[in-house]
Design a protein around this ligand. Structure first.
Ligand code: KIV
Ligand code: ZN
Length: 512
């Protein structure tokens, strides 16, 4: 039997630290449910001491999920640990994840602490966390740039104090695979207590080496990988779950280890993360990018027809990438919609189902084939965004070759209806100008992109925007068969996310 590598997913914590990727509580709950279905072993739900919003989301996730371990992050302080524990204490399988930096540069300049003080703090905190739960993880932040022997001393002491998992992060994405694998071997050889704990790694992608470093670490003996869906995360992101899981799956002949991930849920989970966060997956992204299974060169296409294994090392079905399924049509009833949504992971109340059903009927009138991706959009826009301050009620645009593009818009702002009109140098510009005037936003549009949600000319247009206001960045996403409406929805979604950030300030990220 192959040895198991535990998958620790941190999309909801480190992933959410991607600029603009903040998610509301309903979106986090939906994603957490999907991650449990995907089969991750541990789900890091957030950093409860960072903000009220984080605390609330972690507590809700912890209260709902029964199969997966739910971890909460905490600095090495009693206050943070209490906050983390209060958020996860009702989880079926809670885990406290505490961390302190161990590199000289962090200890000298950030913490202002000596090595002995860091060890003492780590030990005291792990012991305290251990008095609350027997499932404690300890991380040595900036571990890859720490003095090796000191690192081993800290790890030995943390395990002695009760940590069950020891995490070695490459916090700034500085390591090189051979070097990182070598560090893992060194740590295993020089930390006697590691025989009583699991060694984990957590890599960042600043040099594009996060996956390679994680694989090197697993090859050297690490047995937990900390990852995010689509590799989202702080700066250049984290190691991507799909790359590690499919790397281990495809090359099990080389590395005889396995994971609990149900690979057929990888692609739907990747889509969901992109939809909720507004972070688009680059087309050439390994495993889940739009081109990952596309064969362009004639020679390749010819080989594929003769035997797919000539150019395909994985089957698209393995990651759940099949042709979009025709799920429901114009004549499908409420019952069929409910049971299909349930299969997708949405357990809707009668009231929510009614709302989605009427939106589904509207869409089915405009679009012949309604597929999973379309339903996902309906639920994301109709249910998960219920805390929105701004909602689009109505959009009317006139444009053409001989008229000045004009848009009239009706919105609700905190439930109050407002309407107005403006012009622009194109219909989308006109729509954005009208919306901006009604809301009185001072945000700046940094990026705008359009793509098609599925294939075919009746596909919904998917628009993503990136907005900035007073140092806050938010991404917005919208989809509709009409791309001007999709653009307006994306803009309004971005403005709602900015509003969310203004009202949910992050109180404690220093040290991450
Ligand atoms: O990158 C890092 O060091 C972290 C720790 C909190 C594990 O995210
Ligand atoms: Zn990190």
């Amino acid at each position: 039997m192959s040895e198991k590598v535990f998958i620790f997913d941190t999309t909801l914590r480190d992933g959410e630290q991607s600029p603009g990727a903040s998610m509301n509580t309903a979106e986090k709950m939906r994603l957490a449910t999907q991650l449990e279905k995907l089969g991750v072993d541990v789900l890091e739900a957030g950093f409860p001491a960072a903000s009220e919003g984080d605390f609330e989301a972690v507590a809700k996730i912890a209260g709902k999920l029964k199969k997966v371990e739910v971890a909460a992050l905490a600095r090495t302080s009693k206050k943070d640990i209490d906050r983390a524990w209060n958020a996860i204490r009702h989880a079926a399988k809670p885990r406290i994840h505490t961390f302190i930096a161990t590199s000289d540069i962090h200890m000298d300049y950030k913490l202002n602490m000596t090595r002995d003080e860091v060890i003492k703090t780590a030990v005291e905190t792990v012991k305290y966390a251990r008095s609350l739960t027997d499932n404690v993880e300890f991380s040595a932040e900036d571990g890859s740039r720490s003095d090796r022997d000191f690192l081993c001393r800290v790890f030995d002491a943390a395990i002695e104090a009760g940590a069950k998992t020891i995490n070695l992060p490459d916090t700034v994405g500085y390591a090189i695979p051979e070097e990182f694998g070598d560090l893992v071997k060194y740590v295993i050889a020089h930390t006697p207590n590691l025989k009583n704990a699991i060694l984990s790694v957590h890599c960042h992608n600043d040099l594009g080496l996060a996956t390679a470093n994680t694989i090197a670490a697993i090859s050297a003996g690490a047995r937990q990988a900390e990852v995010t869906i689509n590799g989202i995360g702080e700066r250049a992101g984290n190691t991507s779950l799909e790359e590690i899981v499919m790397g281990l799956y495809t090359r099990s002949n080389y590395l005889p280890v396995s994971t609990n991930i149900k690979t057929e849920h990888i692609y739907p989970t990747s889509r969901l993360v992109s939809m909720i966060t507004g972070i688009i997956v680059q087309p050439n992204k390994a495993i889940v990018g739009a081109n990952a299974f596309a064969h362009e060169a004639g020679i390749h296409q010819d080989g594929m027809l003769k035997n797919p294994m000539t150019y395909e090392i994985m089957k698209p079905e393995t990651i759940g990438l099949s042709k979009s399924k025709l799920v429901l049509g114009k004549h499908s009833g409420r019952h069929a919609l409910r049971s299909h949504l349930k299969e997708m992971g949405y357990d809707l109340s009668d009231e929510e189902l009614q709302l989605i059903f009427s939106k589904f009927k509207e869409l089915a009138d405009k679009k012949k084939h309604v597929v999973d991706e379309d339903l996902e959009v309906l639920v994301t826009e109709g249910i998960l965004r219920t805390s929105d301050v701004f909602c689009l009620e109505y959009l009317h645009v006139t444009c053409g070759t001989t008229v000045l593009p004009m848009a009239s818009v009706k919105l609700t702002i905190n439930g109050r209806s407002v309407q107005g009109a403006d012009y622009g140098n194109g219909p989308i510009d006109a729509a954005f100008n009208s919306i901006a005037k009604l809301i009185g936003t001072e945000s700046e549009l940094l990026r705008f992109s359009v793509s098609a949600l599925t294939g075919g000319t009746d596909a919904q247009g998917e628009v993503t925007v990136r907005l900035q206001e007073n140092g806050l960045i938010a991404l917005g996403r919208g989809a509709d068969p009409d791309i001007i409406t999709a653009s307006a929805k994306a803009y309004i979604n971005g403005l709602n996310r900015l509003e969310y950030l203004k009202t949910h300030p992050v109180e404690a990220t220093e040290g991450l």
